[in-house]
Design a protein around this ligand. Structure first.
Ligand SMILES: O=P(O)(O)O[C@H]1O[C@H](CO)[C@@H](O)[C@H]1O
Ligand SMILES: O=c1cc[nH]c(=O)[nH]1
Length: 237
């Protein structure tokens, strides 16, 4: 089924086997403009921009996921299943749940904990946490070391809700479940990879902190999170 309802690339050859996936389409464009050569845009449907190019002479793609699990659920499923993509690395922003993670720190998700029904509804998976790919995570740890970029390797929270009516639940999610930060997509991405026999990882940059109330601007969230991008780009083949 190519093209798919949400991706207009006409053949699987237009997309590399490894895809970096930020939530923000303009972060995808920023990565293509800043780091890639010989860039070809393969998707513009709904302005969910996707590009393939080379990094240090090696091929890689970058495409946005949109925000939330339903959205990354669609894009990652179509990339894995119909375009035969093997590896998707989410590169997102996150909110810290503890003062131990500072603005701009990079976090590699060991696993994602969630209250979401995504995995149960999609494939009958009833546990509340899913691990990222060990193979991808080992490579990402090596690249972070080689680049001299410090990285936390921790459990994260994938939430369906950005704005909650009460503001203190994060304290229990941190103390009871061990999640050091919150984002909105990794649990669904890890689930899709698991059911389709593919690989997924998630690198995050701390954009704000619920414990300390510090925050970056929307412009910084789009353009300034380059450390996680450089680590992930090393996966180009
Ligand atoms: O910066 P991105 O990758 O979009 O990730 C985070 O930012 C969005 C919320 O502002 C959610 O998508 C969340 O997961
Ligand atoms: O999902 C997210 C992302 C960044 N910051 C948050 O508080 N939540």
């Amino acid at each position: 089924m190519i093209p798919t309802p949400h991706i207009e690339a006409k053949s699987k050859e237009e997309i590399a086997k490894t895809v970096l996936m930020p939530g923000d389409p303009l972060r995808a464009k920023f990565i293509a403009d800043t780091f890639l050569e010989d860039v070809v845009q393969f998707n513009g449907v709904r302005n969910v921009l996707g590009y393939t190019g080379t990094y240090k002479g090696r091929r890689i793609s970058v495409m946005a996921s949109g925000m939330g699990m339903p959205s990354i659920g669609i894009y990652s499923y179509e990339l894995y299943k119909f375009y035969e993509v093997e590896n998707i690395i989410r590169i997102g922003s996150c909110g810290g749940y503890t003062a131990d993670v500072n603005l701009y720190d990079v976090i590699l998700a060991k696993d994602a904990w969630s209250e979401s029904s995504y995995a149960k509804v999609q494939g009958g998976y009833t546990k509340d946490a899913i691990e990222g790919s060990k193979e991808l995570n080992d490579k990402l740890k090596t690249y972070a070391d080689e680049l001299g970029i410090p990285m936390h390797v921790e459990r994260i929270h994938s939430s369906d809700v950005f704005y909650r009516e009460t503001s203190d639940e994060y304290k229990e999610i941190y103390s009871k479940h061990g999640c050091v930060a919150v984002e909105m997509e990794a649990f669904a991405l890890f689930h899709n990879a698991k059911v389709l026999g593919k690989n997924a990882a998630c690198l995050l940059t701390v954009s704000d902190n619920l414990a300390t109330h510090e925050a970056t601007t929307s412009e910084e969230r789009q353009n300034a999170f380059t450390n996680m991008m450089k680590i992930a780009l090393e996966l180009a083949e």
